[in-house]
Design a protein around this ligand. Structure first.
Ligand SMILES: NC(=O)c1ccc[n+]([C@@H]2O[C@H](COP(=O)([O-])OP(=O)(O)OC[C@H]3O[C@@H](n4cnc5c(N)ncnc54)[C@H](OP(=O)(O)O)[C@@H]3O)[C@@H](O)[C@H]2O)c1
Length: 332
């Protein structure tokens, strides 16, 4: 019988849609048991993503969450405590980073069960908060840049002009750093208070989104963008259009109805300029690659704030507020 069976842990959950931070409840629940191909982790850090509170708001119903009560959050770092049947690549004591499933969540707790297929080793050079920041935000930035913008992160490939909107956010901060591993010129947008930070991440030019040039997304050096990693909402196609190169693509990671309409229209009219909606599809190899970049000092996680699990609602409110600089971390 597993050593942890029937023992209780502290967790934070919600029991229905809505309620924001006030909808989170602190509970004692049984420590989960790892099934086949699963790993039980003692969590050291979890990071929030906007999708976590969007699921609570009911924006992804009926897909997520699978059931109530739901312990939210998917991006975690911790130590392997126990492995389920069939797990061969991990053993008790290994330090790891994992992406939990959005359907079952589990990250706002002292322990969580991860799938072996989305768990990677975390070397000692990568702290738990740095590692926990990576899964959703890092993989999204990586996918947008490598799969759609076709940036080669080994620095080979033709020179590409990239625009990254909300470069101070969870996805944007990784996107700037990853883009600069390739042969790119990066223009970035953020609020005035984060301009120096975004420059320090490698952006070649930075626009304050509250100025007229920033709102127009106009490159100070007059460049036209080959790809836009678009991490905010509410910017119409007419703002992007004059700033794109002949075959420029806007990679929209939060496509709403008007973006989907633009996507369809551009396809149907064989437009060279395209809007590409992107939904992150997690790959273990890519997560491993991101962790290695952090180990090598080529990528860092900008941390907005760290909150103890006992104050998880503060972290939740911070993420909902939409003004985090980098990742919001919860530590059990
Ligand atoms: N498709 C997918 O698979 C996928 C994956 C990950 C995320 N997403 C979505 O992508 C979006 C971004 O995620 P995130 O984790 O990066 O969010 P986040 O960390 O909450 O972003 C917050 C940052 O955005 C900045 N910001 C807000 N409005 C801006 C504007 N108009 N121009 C420039 N910067 C602005 C804020 O700066 P100030 O504080 O200065 O305002 C803040 O630093 C979310 O909607 C999320 O749900 C989608």
């Amino acid at each position: 019988m597993a050593a942890t069976a029937a023992r209780l842990m502290h967790a934070v959950q919600y029991e229905g849609y809505g309620g924001g931070a006030a909808g989170l409840k602190h509970v004692e629940v049984p420590i989960p048991t790892p099934k086949k191909d699963e790993i039980l982790l003692k969590l050291e850090a979890a990071s929030l993503n906007p999708v976590d509170w969007k699921i609570q708001k009911g924006m992804l119903r009926p897909l997520y969450p699978r059931k109530f009560p739901h312990i939210p959050v998917t991006d975690v770092a911790g130590e392997v405590l126990e492995v389920g049947q069939g797990v061969t690549n991990f053993k008790a004591g290994d330090k790891v980073v994992a992406l939990l499933s959005h359907a079952s969540g589990g990250g706002l707790a002292e322990f969580a069960v991860a799938s072996e297929s989305l768990t990677v080793i975390r070397p000692p050079e990568v702290s738990a908060p740095e590692g926990a920041g990576l899964p959703v935000a890092g993989l999204t930035a990586h996918q947008a840049l490598t799969q759609v913008a076709e940036v080669k992160l080994d620095g080979t490939g033709k020179q590409t002009n990239i625009l990254i909107t909300a470069a101070s956010g969870g996805v944007g901060q990784y996107a700037v750093q990853l883009a600069k591993l390739g042969n790119t010129h990066v223009t970035a947008t953020c609020g005035a208070r984060n301009i120096e930070l975004v420059k320090s991440l490698g952006a070649d030019e930075v626009l304050d989104y509250r100025t007229p040039d920033g709102a127009a997304l106009r490159s100070p050096s007059g460049r036209k963008y080959d790809a836009v990693v678009h991490c905010v909402t509410g910017i119409p196609w007419s703002t992007f259009e004059p700033n794109l190169s002949e075959k420029g693509k806007v990679i929209d990671i939060t496509p709403g109805p008007s973006a989907l309409l633009t996507f369809a229209l551009k396809k149907l009219t064989f437009s060279k300029k395209q809007l590409v909606p992107l939904l992150m599809s997690a790959k273990k190899g890519n997560l491993d690659y991101l962790v290695k970049l952090v180990k090598e000092g080529k990528l860092k996680t900008v941390i907005d704030s760290k909150h103890p699990l006992s104050k998880a609602e503060d972290a939740w409110a911070k993420s909902i507020d939409g003004h985090a600089t980098g990742k919001v971390i919860v530590e059990p």
